[in-house]
Design a protein around this ligand. Sequence first.
Ligand SMILES: N[C@@H](CCC(=O)N[C@@H](CS)C(=O)NCC(=O)O)C(=O)O
Length: 277
Amino acid sequence: MEQVSENRCFGGRQLRFKHESSSTNIPMHFSVFLPSSAETAKVPALFWLSGLTCTDENFVQKAGAQRYAEEFGMALIAPDTSPRGESVADDPDGGWDFGLGAGFYVDATEAPFAANYQMYSYISRELPELIKNHFPVDPRRFSISGHSMGGHGALTIAIKHPKLFRSVSAFAPICAPSQCPWGQKALTGYLGSDQATWREYDTCALVTDRGCDFQLLVDQGSSDQFLLEQLQPDLLQKACLDAEVDLTLRIRDGYDHSYFYIASFIGEHIRFHAESI
Ligand SMILES: N[C@@H](CCC(=O)N[C@@H](CS)C(=O)NCC(=O)O)C(=O)O
């Protein structure tokens, strides 16, 4: 593992690393914020999964989360959203909603994507193990959150790994990828056209199929340009009601899909995770 940058921030340290991933078979970057309290004790860690077109750096540079992470003594772990490199397959049509920057946190089974697009294994196995082994964090106090495609990743991974991630929240998540254009394109490309295999990567389907015995905190701007066509929190609300899953859905009047919205509420989410674990 190689450290590529370090910046002091709100009394803590913002770090960036590059490492060879055994899941994606390609070097990956990730960012880590360590609060000052990590100098003397193991701290809880919040994993943040970003949305379409993002790298590990969008959240780090735009959300202003470090201020709250320092206040609550929490590390922030921000991975990239896909494998990257000359040899990595991309959207053949050049779209920004599939391929590079759009790994959808699934393990691809379809060629040519299966060779590198193993983001589910990377986030749910390899990265937590790496973080636990190299940083002053308490692995019994890991939480997960994310935005849009990353909100989908956070919810699906938390539902499937409740012992690893002890609390979950999401900003403007893609709630039912099997039922929206972004998700249908990605799941077809990565997993093929047999929709039975998609259910493992669809929050609404997972809630229906498996239930979930912890709270889901979901935040959504009412003026989000992707709300109706892509995000569909109403479907999650219905699935949670039917399965008796504890969903807290916070609608934020007039907020859009951008990091201006995330920056406005990230403090509340960090407090929620700090108090939940
Ligand atoms: N690239 C698209 C928008 C994609 C988009 O909104 N991505 C969100 C996540 S779904 C994001 O976080 N973008 C990066 C940023 O705002 O820094 C466009 O330009 O219209």
